[in-house]
Ligand binder design. Structure first.
Ligand code: FE2
Length: 678
């Protein structure tokens, strides 16, 4: 375009991408200003012949912004939208803006957030910049402004003393819109929660406070919803080999460890476990064939009262033997921590119901250990801390934001809902599990103080638990490969941005992030190994690998099989209503049935586990970066390579599973969600 004085105007080609998500469109007028190192354009109305459809859901629209002189290298854009008289102000979700300069350079401005008001918003050019590299005064100004605003939008809150802090939100709508479910997903979740019981056709049983009188009745209720694995569980739950298998590849693969010396409070003898004298414990321990599951952290946890009845939860010790044919067989169970006459050590050679009842108590203890420590605390609550800390401390233009943001999707919102519908005073967990209520908070506090950094880092965790050589341990096999793939991806991206350790030490935003995690996640408690600052590129890579692994692979491993393993209630009772046996020879089928939870407790548990095992329709699998935050070619290539490696792993896991009686699918990359979102 020629200007009035005849000199040539310079044209910037502006392309606006509106996100392809529900309600992303705007009917408002959109304005843009380009800001560069040598000047800025006028604020320009983005007017299109296409009218409002230029900003429809998923639309890509191009415009020209003309300037008398070059604005130099683009630093940021200013965007605002103004309502028309006929259309009220609406919310717009632009994905990104691309600007091609007259010099032929294309600049990418990632946005990926709602613009709900008519204020002017700044968005930085997508080339990643750490704070100390951000030299332009406007860039620095917008960086500081963004963080100040985020610290107002994302505040820490204390849900209960002694557990990781969470996002402050009075209700769902008070969460910043960027971190809320898309509308379809929200409706879907609430719909599911409201009709979980209906979907399992169990509504009529929700108020039935009767006990079970035979396993067939449980079976009739259970057959409303079955999965291939839940079916298998129903068929095999009584078998010792399957009981042992679940410590490796069931819902909680985190407790078992190799046993080199028997704990003092578990006086198992050779005569008890190897009556035929073919083996001896000391020798088997020396060979690495003896394993222990010790639920000591559950000791003394106060139990619930449900249907007016006191409930029971034990803190058992389980000893397992790896047999020459590579089975992991339970050989001794002591239900309480303190050895005593009224705390017998149960053995497979005991009567059928003595032994089965002991195993039922262990499985029910495992339900509480798994849900509270392994699932809620060590994945959901920590992932929320990682996410809130990221948003409070790291601006969008920082490479860490670009790398980690896909791995935080929906975590705050799902945790808000979990606090509201599962663990609140009226929550399902509080009302229908043995550890609900006061016991839960005692146990969560203990669990947090027992977290070590190495227990969050899979290769170290497996080595520390002495499980490197355990056969048929698919959680470990798949998990270590995933850790390695994630670690190499993270190393590639972060080594590109951090050339030496000094750059890590100098990065004050990064240091604020890690300190916030230490203070609000680990409550400044010196949990062994948890860093308070990062000194080297390697330390940064390890921590970020752990963050991604925890929210994706680890969460999937302990989340997705909830109905598979818990749908058949006797395999994982949420509560038990008779005390643990104090003598051998007294248990019968009838006493076992009386110990199992009442009908209403059973169906509430089943409905909740069903809901929590569902994959949502807007599921994003591991390694997908649907938002285009990186402008540089190198990280974009690394994302593609990461996805290719995950694809290959997925194919290998599917191949391996063909030969397994119980396929292990939870850590197949195709089945793993990027973030804690359910
Ligand atoms: Fe979960």
């Amino acid at each position: 375009m020629d200007c009035l004085f005849g000199s040539k105007m310079l044209d910037y080609e502006v392309t606006v991408f509106t996100a392809n998500r529900p309600f992303a469109a705007t009917f408002n007028n959109v304005f843009i200003k380009l800001v560069g190192t040598s000047g800025e354009s006028e604020r320009k109305w983005l007017l299109s012949l296409r009218g409002a459809s230029a900003f429809a859901k998923g639309a890509v629209a191009s415009f020209t912004v003309s300037c008398p002189t070059s604005v130099g290298k683009l630093v940021l854009i200013e965007l605002d939208k103004q309502p028309l008289v006929v259309f009220p102000e609406d919310a717009w979700f632009p994905a990104k803006v691309e600007v091609k300069s007259p010099e032929g350079v294309t600049y990418n401005f990632p946005i990926y957030r709602w613009i709900t008001d008519c204020k002017v918003h700044h968005f930085r050019e997508g080339t990643a910049l750490k704070g100390f590299e951000d030299n332009h005064h406007l860039g620095r100004y917008s960086r500081e402004k963004e963080i100040k605003q985020r610290q107002k939008d994302y505040c820490w809150d204390v849900y209960a003393d002694g557990i990781p802090h969470c996002i402050k939100a009075d209700d769902l709508l008070s969460l910043p819109p960027e971190v809320r479910f898309s509308f379809s997903r929200q409706t879907e979740f609430l719909f599911n929660a409201g009709t979980g019981l209906a979907e399992l056709q169990l509504k009529g049983l929700a108020d039935n406070k009767m006990g079970w009188t035979n396993l067939d009745d449980i079976s009739r209720v259970f057959c409303c919803k079955q999965t291939e694995i839940s079916d298998y569980v129903q068929e095999h739950w009584k078998e010792d080999a399957f009981f042992g298998y679940q410590f490796l590849n069931g819902l909680n693969p985190m407790l078992i460890r190799r046993c080199d010396v028997l704990p003092d409070n578990f006086p198992v003898t050779d005569a008890m476990v190897f009556p035929d004298c073919r083996c001896c414990l000391v020798e088997e321990m020396r060979k690495g064939n003896i394993f222990l599951c010790d639920y000591k952290q559950l000791d003394g946890v106060k139990t619930n009262i449900i249907n007016g009845k006191k409930q029971y939860l034990v803190a058992p010790l389980v000893l397992l033997h790896k047999t020459p044919d590579d089975k992991l067989m339970p050989i001794a169970i002591q239900l309480k921590q303190k050895p005593a006459e009224d705390n017998p050590i149960f053995l497979p050679s005991d009567s059928e119901y003595d032994w089965l009842l002991a195993k039922i108590f262990v499985r029910s203890a495992d339900f509480s250990e798994h849900q509270l420590n392994i699932h809620l605390l060590r994945t959901h609550l920590l992932a929320e801390v990682f996410a809130v800390s990221l948003l409070r401390n790291i601006p969008m233009v920082h490479p860490l934001y670009k790398l980690l943001i896909p791995y935080t999707r929906y975590t705050m919102q799902i945790n808000f809902l979990a606090r509201k519908t599962l663990i609140s005073e009226e929550g399902v967990f509080t009302k229908f599990t043995s550890s609900g209520g006061e016991g839960m908070s005692t146990f969560l506090k203990r669990s947090l103080f027992s977290v070590t950094y190495s227990s969050l880092c899979m290769p170290e965790d497996i080595a520390e638990r002495g499980l490197e050589d355990m056969p048929n341990f698919y959680y470990r096999d798949d998990g270590l490969r995933l850790w390695d793939i994630i670690n190499r991806f993270v190393r590639g991206v972060l080594s590109y941005y951090y050339k030496n350790d000094l750059e890590v030490q100098q990065d004050s935003e990064l240091q604020n992030w890690i300190l916030d995690i230490f203070e609000h996640g680990f409550l400044s408690h010196p949990c062994p190994g948890i860093p308070q600052k990062l000194a080297t590129v390697d330390e940064l890579i390890k921590f970020v690998t752990m963050v991604i692994f925890t929210g994706s692979a680890q969460h999937a491993a302990v989340n997705s099989g909830q109905y598979d393993y818990g749908g058949w209630m006797p395999n994982m009772a949420t509560s038990l209503q008779l005390p643990p046996p104090t003598k051998k020879g007294e248990a019968t089928e009838e006493s076992m049935l009386k110990t199992l939870p009442d009908v209403n407790i059973t169906v509430q548990g089943m409905a909740t586990l069903w809901l929590l095992s569902q994959q949502s329709s807007d599921f994003v699998p591991l390694g997908q970066h649907p938002e285009d935050h990186f402008s540089e070619e190198t990280p974009r290539e690394m994302i593609k390579k990461f996805q290719k490696e995950l694809e290959a792993l997925s194919a290998a896991i599917k191949e391996r599973n063909k030969d397994l009686k119980v396929p292990y699918t939870y850590m197949d990359p195709e089945e793993i969600e990027n973030s804690v979102a359910i």
